[in-house]
Design a protein around this ligand. Structure first.
Ligand SMILES: [Zn+2]
Length: 132
């Protein structure tokens, strides 16, 4: 391997490391914001439902906006802080309603529609937003 090549490779590695560190810091700040935001919106919307939920985790996955485990733990994508308010609220209510209905049955959508009557519109809007 030539010396020139080794020097270039070293520089690229260093640049990548700095970039990754910056990204990690940005992500952890977003996650803190997302956690505070999610907890306060959950509390707000749960006034209407009074469901019990477990741990709330903020995730950075690129495949889903949120999920609810059978144990009642909620996972929310940190990108919730980047959403317009009406979609962020839809996401919160959607996951909240899974605490009661663990599927997408008519019963589930009835629950969602109690607080988000235009959920069909919001659902399709959210689906159009890419996660990656
Ligand atoms: Zn769902």
């Amino acid at each position: 391997m030539s010396l020139w090549f080794r020097i270039v490779r070293k520089k690229v590695r260093r640049r990548t490391r700095v970039k990754n560190t910056k990204n990690k810091i940005a992500l952890s700040l977003h996650k803190e914001d997302a956690k505070a935001f999610t907890l306060s919106r959950l509390e707000y919307w749960n006034q209407f439902y009074n469901f019990k939920y477990g741990t709330v985790k903020i995730k950075s996955q690129t495949t889903r906006w949120g999920s609810c485990s059978s144990k009642g733990n909620l996972n929310i994508n940190y990108r919730i802080v980047l959403l317009p308010e009406h979609l962020a609220d839809y996401l919160i209510v959607h996951e909240l309603c899974h605490l009661e209905e663990f599927n997408h049955s008519q019963k589930f959508w009835n629950l969602v529609s109690k607080t988000i009557p235009d959920f069909v519109q919001r659902r399709s809007e959210l689906k159009k937003i890419r996660l990656d």
